[in-house]
Design a protein. Structure first.
Length: 265
């Protein structure tokens, strides 16, 4: 029987060292890894991801964006990044990682004598990215959790962006049902192996709208404690997802693979 194949739907390849990358990419075939969706966090990250894609065009699908959990760029730099992203539309698999700064806002609220973070500039930047996604007909990779996900659903509908991937999603049942109805995708990480909060989402979300990811190099606990995050972990993610869905692991792996191929092209 052929070995199961996987695509890591969300990994920050540019955050690994050159030596780590060389080893990881060399090990892809033996771990059944067919592809990697490499997301970006800022301008230099985008350009590093572009270089990696040029070196490994069949393996790496590049996504370009600006991660929301950091101070925004000045307006002229935002415009320059958007223009550069538009220039890459021929090889760009998606726009991302983009979204809203949930954890940054929570941290500021928790600090004494600190005012809240002004969310409006982040909303405006996200809208610019969504307009570009609609213009160039590309999917969007989203960092949007809890109450932010509801706002992002509003913006996706406003700008007619149908292909949305909420990575490592956490949120209310109401928002989850809305995302399912709208045909949005979610992906689960290695924390599904040990984190009960994710079990409920995984059991509820249609398998036909799910992908798997590592969000590497983000570290994980449980059986992955102390291990550098690597796409080989996807096999354990799919096995746990299959058990939660009460389907055969190979069947689950194939469906998730086809979902990711179809979503990212």
């Amino acid at each position: 029987m052929d070995k199961a194949s996987y695509i890591d739907a969300h990994i920050h390849l540019d955050q690994y060292s050159d030596d780590e990358l060389a080893g990881m990419l060399r090990e892809m075939p033996e771990n059944g890894i067919e592809g990697l969706v490499a997301v970006s966090t800022d301008g230099p990250s985008c350009r590093r991801t572009q270089v990696l894609h040029a070196d490994y065009p069949r393996l790496i699908r590049p996504a370009y964006g600006f991660h929301p959990e950091q101070p925004l760029l000045p307006e002229e730099e935002q415009d320059a990044l958007l223009s550069w992203m538009k220039e890459q539309k021929g090889t760009m698999a998606a726009i991302g990682e983009v979204g809203l700064p949930y954890y940054t806002r929570r941290a500021k609220w928790a600090q004494e004598n600190e005012g809240g973070l002004d969310l409006q500039p982040y909303v405006e930047w996200l809208e610019s990215c969504l307009r570009l996604a609609a213009e160039v007909n590309k999917p969007v990779v989203l960092h949007a959790v809890y109450e932010d996900a509801e706002m992002v659903c509003d913006l996706l509908e406003k700008h007619n962006v149908a292909k949305a991937h909420f990575h490592w999603f956490k949120g209310s049942d109401k928002t989850t049902e809305r995302m399912i109805r709208n045909g949005y995708y979610v992906s689960v990480t290695p924390d599904i192996v040990y984190e009960e909060e994710i079990w409920r989402l995984a059991a509820r979300y249609p398998l036909e709208q799910m992908m798997v990811e590592t969000d590497g190099p983000w570290p994980f606990e449980g059986p992955f404690q102390g291990k550098r995050t690597h796409p080989w972990m996807l096999a354990a993610v799919v096995d746990k997802l299959a058990r939660l869905k009460r389907v055969d692991s190979r069947e689950c792996a194939q469906l998730v693979l086809e979902n990711t191929r179809s979503f990212y092209g």
